[in-house]
Design a protein around this ligand. Structure first.
Ligand SMILES: Cc1cc2nc3c(=O)[nH]c(=O)nc-3n(C[C@H](O)[C@H](O)[C@H](O)COP(=O)(O)O)c2cc1C
Length: 367
């Protein structure tokens, strides 16, 4: 039986070796948005993990769009040069393709990294004013964001466009918009964070207006064959928030805007949202979106074993699988998954002697 997980997939003009994707994961290791040696090491490792695509962490389109002062950015020549250095290195030494997640943190910005307690930074402590669709705080003890004006929206939309152009110049293979986890574009879509009374709030169409303006502007600014996707929210997990039915409407609109795929995640719209943590918790949401919107769909969230990943694809719940913590824990997960599923994953020649054909230890490890 052929493994679905190891079947190639085409997104726009890009062919991926298989359907395993590294989920975007913030590293909080940049200096003024510029990638560091940590990115060379971390992304270099993932370049040879055997995945089809690595999506580089949330990368912010303006300094005020960062979560922390250490977030990756793409708003200056130095940011672009740093990214170019990392992407060229990864392409040179590895087999994975590299996408990047473009984002604006909105009202969740101006904090320290999680390992420093995500403490909020005031402007006096090196933080910045946060912005959002409405002046509603993310949670208790968080500042209310400044309500964005149309001038702010124009600036942020243009920042997404410029960052996308910089990503293309830096040699990136795919671009993904972050429309999940409570950050700015998700905040516009969600009735929990968006209470605007102008043309950008109220009905679902009005709440979609700004994210769709961004999506269309980015699509128009990058080459036609370059895949453009979005990480969307399948559920806010809150009364009155985004539901799976809304996510289908959002995904259809992204498809109409020329996007090539969506990734269905969930949660994060407020500080006290309770997101499930059971295995494959987003897969049923992805299934609804995939069937309702009819565009290539990825899912993510507590996908841990090869058989679980294969079963999600075999059941038609998604077309691709993204791995977060699973691949940080085992950066060669695709090699081990290929062994379990009777498939082949790409390995660098330097490591071929550790493959199941040449190393009896591989069979012992697999049990
Ligand atoms: C260290 C870390 C950083 C993350 N940063 C991002 C990010 O930059 N963008 C994003 O959309 N999700 C981010 N996430 C969420 C993951 O992409 C993923 O959706 C989540 O961890 C669930 O998948 P998992 O169970 O395989 O870890 C992050 C998760 C982790 C563990």
């Amino acid at each position: 039986m052929t493994s679905k997980l190891f079947t190639p997939i085409r997104l726009g003009g890009l062919e991926l070796d298989n359907r395993i994707v590294v989920a975007p994961m913030c590293q909080y290791s940049a200096a003024d948005g510029v990638a560091s040696d940590w990115h060379m090491t971390h992304l270099g490792m993932l370049a040879n993990s055997g995945v089809g695509l690595v999506v580089i962490e949330m990368t912010d389109v303006e300094p005020q769009g960062r979560i922390t002062p250490f977030c990756l950015g793409l708003y200056s020549d130095a940011c672009e040069a740093g990214l170019q250095r990392v992407v060229a290195h990864c392409h040179r030494i590895g087999s994975a393709k590299f996408g990047i997640q473009l984002a604006h943190a909105g009202r969740k910005g101006s904090t320290l990294p999680p390992w420093e307690g995500s403490k909020r930074l005031s402007p006096a402590e090196g933080g910045w004013e946060v912005i959002g669709p409405s002046p509603i705080a993310y949670g208790e003890g968080w500042p209310a964001p400044r309500e964005m004006t149309e001038t702010d929206m124009m600036r942020v939309r243009e920042a997404f466009v410029q960052a996308a152009k910089r990503a293309v110049c830096a040699g990136i293979d795919a671009i993904e918009l972050h429309v999940a986890h409570g950050y700015l574009l998700h905040a516009f879509l969600s009735p929990i964070a968006n209470r605007r009374e102008d043309a950008y709030g109220g009905s679902i169409e009005a709440r979609m207006r700004f994210p769709m303006e961004v999506a269309r502007a980015v699509r128009a600014a990058i080459p036609k064959e370059m895949p453009l996707g979005a990480r969307i929210t399948g559920s806010d997990w809150m009364e009155g928030g985004i539901t799976a039915d809304d996510a289908v409407v959002h995904a259809r609109a992204f498809k109409e805007a020329g996007l090539d795929y969506v990734d269905v995640s969930s949660g994060g719209i407020t500080a006290d949202t309770r997101t499930p943590s059971d295995p494959g918790y987003n897969a049923p949401l992805a299934e609804r979106v995939r069937h309702g919107a009819g565009l290539p769909t990825r899912t993510v969230g507590m996908i841990v074993t090869p058989k679980q990943a294969e079963a999600i694809l075999a059941a038609g719940q998604a077309d691709m699988i993204a791995l977060g913590r699973t691949i940080l824990d085992d950066p060669h997960w695709p090699w081990h998954a290929a062994q379990v599923l009777g498939a082949e994953a790409r390995r660098p020649p330097q490591y071929l002697r550790a493959g199941p054909k040449l190393w009896p230890g591989a069979a012992l490890r697999a049990g």
